[in-house]
Design a protein around this ligand. Sequence first.
Ligand code: SER
Length: 292
Amino acid sequence: MDSNQIRETFLDFFRSKGHRIVPSAPMVVKNDPTLMFTNAGMNQFKDLFLGNSPIRDRRVADSQKCLRVSGKHNDLEEVGLDTYHHTMFEMLGNWSLGDYFKKEAIEWSWEFLTSPDYLGLDPEHLAVSVFAGDEHAPRDEESYEHWRRMGLPEDRIFFLPKENNWWGPAGITGPCGPDTEMFLITDKEPCGPDCSPACDCGRYLEIWNDVFMEYNKQADGSYLPLEQKNVDTGMGLDRTIAVLQGAPCVYESDVFRPIITKIEALSGRKYEEGGEVQRAIRIIADHIRCAA
Ligand code: SER
């Protein structure tokens, strides 16, 4: 599948589960003083999570153009250094605005990832993480039980702390909650006995994140429960394409390859030269795509 087919497959899947497909919001945020750029699919739904605007559809899905260049979601300095960081990306997502919660979110994630009708990934190569609990929110036993029900063995379900398994708020305050993340297990050997999705050794590649938005973080650092329970999921389209196309890196997928070919033609240098040249070509490709 190429990138357009994967995007359409995702949207078709969630349409079949009763979601309305909405357009990507602009990448430059106009009405939120806590954010300069859209950095996640949930940004355009923030007022709906908070109960500040009336909800028209309780189930929506989209492919959101995102940019991560500042704050705690800052990927700018990583661009070009590795095979998967880039600043602008598309985030496939499905939302429940006070409708379904953990059970359906997890069941549908699993179905989309593993069913041969959709991505058809090998279940044996998938691992997940769930929130370990702290003083603000309990350990997420419910998500754990749903993953067990999907057939995941205990040793591929990792309980991790807030640092890894909590998402948001997107700015300083606002909707947030515990999440459960899905990882592709790559061919890299475990880096040690404690190897887990929490380390950056490259064995576990994150492909999807289901956030259970049920808190509203306040400026004083406290977490108030939201009136309604929401789901916010995010799957990086570009990274998923790389995984499905068997490309070792996002820059070698059909999203970036034509841009890189053009840069090579204009510069007379080759991506395959590696080293600084390859890094520079990745950076130019990323920044040009983002600006466009
Ligand atoms: N907001 C979450 C993320 O950006 C899930 O969509 O990963």
